[in-house]
Design a protein around this ligand. Structure first.
Ligand code: AMP
Length: 438
């Protein structure tokens, strides 16, 4: 099936093609026609299934079919989501998929100043993407009018309920018109979720797509502890030693991506950088060269990596850990796709220890740590327990095997601990809470 079979308008098909998507995912195949037909939807779909485009594309089409509200341009669609990271990500997707349409959107979440959000809302928007708490703040201050909402999306419902948002959600619902289209997405269909669906949805189209293994389960992960100023050297060494032919490397900044690509090129490795400052044409060219094997190392920032979808990408390297733990999951999810094994290597210096801890809390998994001989960190090593090599058998199940394969003659500083027990991943907020109290 192709995107053009789903009834999407040309402007949206163009935006999808710009992203390099060739065919719709199962959730998109089912959700897009249902939403376009005006139906309510109750979908069980996890992150990674392409659900965001599944609701965003048809929503944009429905909204663009009618003109915006004349007086004050009040919002016509509301997307509620549990975390600010998700809100920001969905906000980006709305912009990406709607880039050829004259629709306006605003992202509204807590922890940042409310004034810029008020100003954006005052200028008038068609779509609001929000976390429940801050949305209620806006309602309380009368800086947002939800009386004209035509489409409501509740994303990651189970997580919103887990995080105790049910009362907030009910308050938001009370501010919405009764007559509207409602789309509910949830990774699980628990009793509580079903009850909520019963009260909110009219004749919903039910969609269930097979759960994918999480990236953390699919991908073999390893951490190499190394000093910051030796990371580039270690990376070049590993690429050459293991003869990696296609490596996606993540840096935190655009500047860092450029510099690293230049340095690797000087080391004799064909490398290119892609990030937000590059033109779309330059990004597409670099990505194509990478796919064709003309470029061996592609250095990317998180934002630029969004559209990168290479089915058999074997290696992802975190040259620097991301500030947001969810970005780590997104990064490693670039590999290990389409049933192929993938490997994610993180080069971690002492200062990044708290970031590593945050990632491990989110994954509920201790990552294997290996010091590559000749690259032992001189600076203050991360505090226990990170200093110790541990098995990552908890979820990935590749503990000792991965250790012995991931680097030449790996050396652990201490004997290996027993494998950690497999547990369900914790929610991001819970992970952060634990991190704060740690
Ligand atoms: P989501 O489940 O919405 O978080 O999407 C997961 C990832 O899949 C995102 O990085 C999207 O850019 C990507 N994606 C969404 N739809 C497609 C598609 N049809 N083909 C390839 N990648 C996609």
């Amino acid at each position: 099936m192709e995107f053009s079979d789903l009834g999407l308008a040309a402007d949206l098909l163009r935006a999808v093609a710009d992203q390099g998507y060739t065919e719709p995912t199962p959730i998109q195949q089912q959700a897009i026609p249902a939403v376009l037909a005006g139906n309510d939807v109750f979908a069980s779909a996890q992150t990674g299934t392409g659900k965001t485009a599944g609701f965003t594309l048809p929503m944009l089409q429905l909204l663009s079919a009618t003109p915006p509200h004349k007086v004050q341009r009040t919002p016509r669609a509301l997307i509620l989501t549990p975390t600010r990271e998700l809100a920001a990500q969905i906000g980006d997707s709305v912009k990406t998929y709607g880039k050829h349409l004259p629709l306006r959107s605003a992202v509204v979440y807590g922890g940042v100043g409310i004034v810029p959000q008020i100003q954006a809302l005052r200028r008038g928007v068609d779509i609001v993407i929000a976390t429940p708490g801050r949305l209620l703040d806006h309602l309380g201050q009368r800086t947002l009018d939800l009386s004209q909402i035509e489409i409501l999306v509740l994303d990651e419902c189970d997580r919103m309920l887990d995080m105790g948002f049910i009362h907030d959600i009910r308050k938001v619902l009370a501010a919405l018109p009764k007559s509207r289209q409602t789309l509910m997405f949830s990774a699980t269909f628990s009793k509580v979720i079903q009850q909520l669906a019963n009260t909110l949805l009219k004749n919903p189209t039910l969609i269930e797509v097979a759960a994918r293994n999480t990236a953390a389960e699919r991908v073999e992960q390893v951490v190499h502890l190394v000093d910051r100023d030796r990371k580039r050297e270690l990376l070049a060494y590993m690429i050459s030693f293991h003869n990696w032919q296609q490596v996606l490397v993540f840096t935190r900044t655009k500047h860092g991506a450029n510099r690293l690509a230049e340095q690797l090129s000087q080391d004799g490795l064909r490398a290119a950088a892609i990030h937000g400052n590059k033109t779309q044409a330059a990004r597409t060219r670099a990505l194509n060269d990478f796919k064709l094997g003309k470029v061996r190392v592609l250095v990317a920032t998180d934002v630029a990596s969004r559209g990168i979808d290479i089915d058999q990408l074997p290696h992802v390297v975190n040259f620097e850990l991301p500030h947001v733990p969810e970005d780590y999951v997104h990064r490693i999810g670039r590999t290990g796709r389409a049933g192929c094994g993938g490997k994610a290597v993180s080069l971690v210096c002492g200062e990044e220890s708290p970031l590593l801890k945050g990632i491990e809390l989110l994954l509920n998994q201790t990552l294997a740590k290996i010091v590559v001989p000749g690259y032992e960190p001189k600076s203050s090593a991360p505090a226990e327990p990170e200093k110790r090599q541990r098995s990552n058998q908890g979820r990935g199940g590749q503990g000792t095997k991965s250790n012995s394969q991931s680097a030449p003659k790996p050396q652990s500083s201490k004997p290996q601990d027993p494998p950690t027990r497999s547990k369900k991943p914790v929610s991001a907020s819970r992970a952060r809470k634990r991190l704060r109290s740690a």
